[in-house]
Design a protein around this ligand. Sequence first.
Ligand SMILES: [Zn+2]
Length: 75
Amino acid sequence: MITFKTTYTCPACGSRLVFLEDDDNVWLGCDRCATYVRLSKREARRYWNYTAHRVLWRDMLEDLYGSFASAVVRG
Ligand SMILES: [Zn+2]
C-alpha cells in the first residue's frame, strides 16, 4: 500500500488530500471529511504514457481531484 499527502487541498476543510494505492485501486481523499474517490487500476492505465514509459501522475491527480471536488460539493 502506497500512501502520501498531495499538494491538493480539500475544498471543504482545507486539509491536504491523501493519495492511496492498493492492489486494485488508487484513491484520492480527505481523511478529515472521510471522503474519497477511487480509480481502478484498469482505468488508471489510460494515464500510462507509452513513449515516456511512465504514469502521467499529474494528469491522473488532476482528474481525481476534479471528481473529489464535485463529490465534496455534493456532500
Ligand atoms: Zn476535507
